[in-house]
Write a protein that binds this ligand. Sequence first.
Ligand SMILES: Nc1ncnc2c1ncn2[C@@H]1O[C@H](COP(=O)(O)OP(=O)(O)O)[C@@H](O)[C@H]1O
Ligand SMILES: [Mg+2]
Length: 322
Amino acid sequence: MATAEQIKSLIRSYTSEDKERFLTIALQVAAHEAKQGHATLAHEIRDLVDKKLLDSRKALKVISFPQDLKNLVLTEAPNIPKSALIMETKMEQRIERVFHEYRQRGKLKSHGLDHRRKILLSGPPGTGKTLTAKVLAFELNLPLHIIQVDRLVTKFMGETSAKLRQIFDLIKQESGVYLFDEFDAIGSERTMDNDVGEMRRVLNAFLQFIEQDQSDSFIVAATNNPKLLDHALFRRFDDVLHYQEPQEEERKHLIENVLGRFIDSNFAWKRVLKNSDGLSHAEIAHACEDAIKVAVLSDHNKVKATQVLDSINHRHGAYLGR
Ligand SMILES: Nc1ncnc2c1ncn2[C@@H]1O[C@H](COP(=O)(O)OP(=O)(O)O)[C@@H](O)[C@H]1O
Ligand SMILES: [Mg+2]
């Protein structure tokens, strides 16, 4: 059961019509139940909250990008809640801080302070960088614009800086989460060596735009290759988050999340957790989805650990080129 404090907070947030707070406390109740070993109840509460959040976040304003940018910027109405993003507690706290500062931005502004909103995400593929931008947009009820940097650079060679300026103009006009995905296409020193100064100019332009930007929008840059990033970049961001492959605890949480009601009651956790070591979140999620498909197609309503192990071994094999 929820604690007395939680029940009082729920009532307080309801009577003050603070919906966000109400749902946050409901999630705390779910976490509390999960800790007590009431996993099903915890899941049910989380599902109810996620559904409610989804309903309240329809009808985001859609902005239109200039025609020539259209194919390079994907706009999405976000629908992924933070419960879907699994990461270690320290990282979770840093992301919470981003939410918190945004929600309290008025208070910060009145003291001449800006909420943290220029964020660099780095780490191996499939560890949740793009997902983080989606969650950020969903939780803060902002539209998500994904700028495909590698395509921008190749398509507009010579005009990239001008295109970036157009994007930064939009960032100023329309609040949102702007994700510069595969950012190493401009951030890397290596690209610069191969090039006759163009990339250096583009990078300098980007640094200048990001520095001058005083909008309310989030500017998120994601890269798989932090080593390639120019040092000048790091200090332009309010926060730099380093992603990594999930540790045992995160792997368990991720598998529970993806398998959900399909999880078998005597699931052989030990082997699954051992064999999934070294895989990314994306690979593990995929292996679980594959196992669900096998179960569904053979009319089973539970997934056994051996099915997940099969999919995982398959992935390991593919990974090692076997
Ligand atoms: N930290 C994570 N928590 C939960 N699922 C994840 C996480 N990271 C990746 N995934 C799964 O893998 C998919 C691809 O991840 P993505 O965020 O695109 O990785 P990246 O941008 O780091 O390469 C996601 O849509 C999600 O299904
Ligand atoms: Mg990505």
